[in-house]
Design a protein around this ligand. Structure first.
Ligand SMILES: Nc1ncnc2c1ncn2[C@@H]1O[C@H](COP(=O)(O)OP(=O)(O)O)[C@@H](O)[C@H]1O
Ligand SMILES: CC(=O)N[C@@H](CCC(=O)OP(=O)(O)O)C(=O)O
Length: 260
């Protein structure tokens, strides 16, 4: 194992949607030393665009049901609008970055979801990542910026939850780097009371997660996020945090540390 540190940071739709928060985050991300990868969602932006086009949004357990029309919306939004805006801003900050879908460099291979009670449509579950290619990008000084689109290597693009993309990259690179994974969103961390920013759960393990899920204290988009965290820990990722984007600049701010 290479002891070199790799920081994988994921930002969600609410961060991307607020230009002030996004700019401030990208400045901090640019200042971050060492190997790094940015993963972004953009669910909120896709929902808004779909709405403008008269396409209904259906979310099940925090995941988007993606028919052909919705797939087009998500590809345009995530791989186009969001990804290219972020990459352009990073270039302006002096970070040599490259925007990628999973099809680019065959970097993230996935499989259309089957065997689910719900027909999610064109939603992909990650099978593998092209870790050696991603490593070489990092080694030539490039910062990859991944969006939430993958492919099946048969010519089909698939919509994949951005939290899962971050987790798959983290686990797929854990044999090559000392990986830390940070999920940034609009709140300070996982909260005991969603309306109280001061109720951050500082440490969350799997049993406590199950308890809070049963009590509906953790729900919606937080469910796939945490499921991804526990999977990543089992597969060798060393450090996982859920936090506000401010954590990048100030690691001592309250946040949620995930453990098995
Ligand atoms: N206990 C909780 N603490 C914090 N957020 C929670 C909790 N339970 C549910 N959530 C919801 O999860 C959302 C984060 O998930 P999601 O929207 O998928 O994140 P992202 O912005 O990273 O895409 C929060 O905006 C919040 O509405
Ligand atoms: C299958 C699935 O749910 N894909 C997500 C991908 C984007 C995403 O994850 O965006 P956030 O991080 O902003 O939520 C979606 O289309 O909403």
């Amino acid at each position: 194992m290479n002891s070199e540190k790799l920081s994988i940071i994921k930002i969600g739709g609410n961060v991307i949607d607020d230009s002030k928060i996004l700019s401030s985050f990208l400045q901090d991300f640019s200042n971050l030393e060492g190997y790094k990868i940015l993963v972004h969602g953009g669910g909120k932006v896709a929902t808004r665009l779909a709405n403008k086009l008269g396409i209904e949004t259906i979310m099940m357990d925090g995941r988007r049901v993606t028919d052909k029309d919705m797939l087009d919306v998500t590809v345009m939004t995530y791989a186009g609008l969001c990804n290219k805006n972020i990459v352009a801003k990073l270039q302006s900050l002096g970070t040599l970055s490259m925007g990628l879908t999973g099809a680019d460099g065959n970097s993230i291979l996935s499989k259309k979801r089957e065997n689910s009670n719900i027909d999610y449509g064109f939603v992909g579950d990650v099978i593998s990542i092209n870790s050696s290619w991603i490593k070489s990008l990092l080694e030539i000084g490039t910062t990859p910026v991944f969006c939430a689109i993958t492919h099946d290597k048969k010519g089909q693009l698939l919509n994949t939850n951005a939290d899962t993309i971050a987790q798959s990259l983290a686990t797929g690179l854990a044999h090559l780097f000392n990986v830390s994974l940070t999920y940034c969103f609009e709140k300070r961390g996982v909260l005991l009371n969603i309306d109280d920013e001061n109720s951050v759960i500082e440490s969350l393990n799997f049993n406590y997660f199950q308890e809070l899920k049963t009590k509906n204290i953790i729900h919606s988009g937080m469910l796939p996020k945490l499921e991804n965290c526990f999977q990543a820990l089992q597969l060798g990722v060393k450090e996982i945090r859920i936090a506000n984007p401010e954590i990048i600049k100030n690691p001592n701010l309250p946040h949620t540390y995930i453990s098995i």
